[in-house]
Write a protein that binds this ligand. Structure first.
Ligand code: BTN
Length: 149
């Protein structure tokens, strides 16, 4: 009995520990990035497609910021617990569009993180201004809360 107890303790730890920190990165939920922008990603469908809402903290325009819809897709294979994805935000308060592409990782603390790059295409009035119409950058997103059922 004395030898059995430590064994049972180890067994319990082995069974419970994996549930404490996830090794799978899931896009669905609410995220905040390094600029303070937030987004909510709805359920990912069987084809890997998803919708959501983006609330940017900053703008390249002088317009009042409004929430904007996003549409994206991710890779779905079972072996991909840290999937790549992309999404487009069609800004409701400007004539611009941003595309994000990235990968969902689980960091060394078991926390999910979205490492992304983006291209922001702004509207310009003439083809001569095309050269200055696209910005590029990096955003890192962390989970705020799990999506409510
Ligand atoms: C615009 O200014 O025309 C629309 C808003 C753009 C916000 C950009 S998109 C890339 C970067 N990441 C954010 O969270 N916000 C800015």
């Amino acid at each position: 009995m004395v030898q059995v107890t430590p064994f049972l303790l180890l067994l319990c730890l082995a069974l419970v520990a994996p549930g404490l920190s996830s090794t799978k990165c899931v896009l669905t939920g609410k995220w905040i990035n390094d600029l303070g922008s937030t987004m909510v990603i709805d359920a990912v469908d069987n084809a890997g497609n998803f919708n959501g809402v983006y609330h940017t903290a900053v703008t390249a325009t002088s317009n009042k910021i409004l929430k904007s819809p996003l549409k994206g897709s991710q890779h779905l294979t079972n072996t991909k617990s840290e999937p790549t994805f992309g999404f487009t935000v069609n800004w409701t308060f400007s004539d611009s569009v941003t595309v994000f592409t990235g990968q969902c990782f689980v960091d060394k603390n078991g926390k999910e993180v979205l490492k992304t790059m983006w291209l922001l295409r702004s509207h310009v009035d003439t083809i001569g201004d095309d050269w200055k119409a696209t910005r590029v950058g990096i955003n890192v997103f962390r989970r705020m809360q799990h999506q409510k059922e």
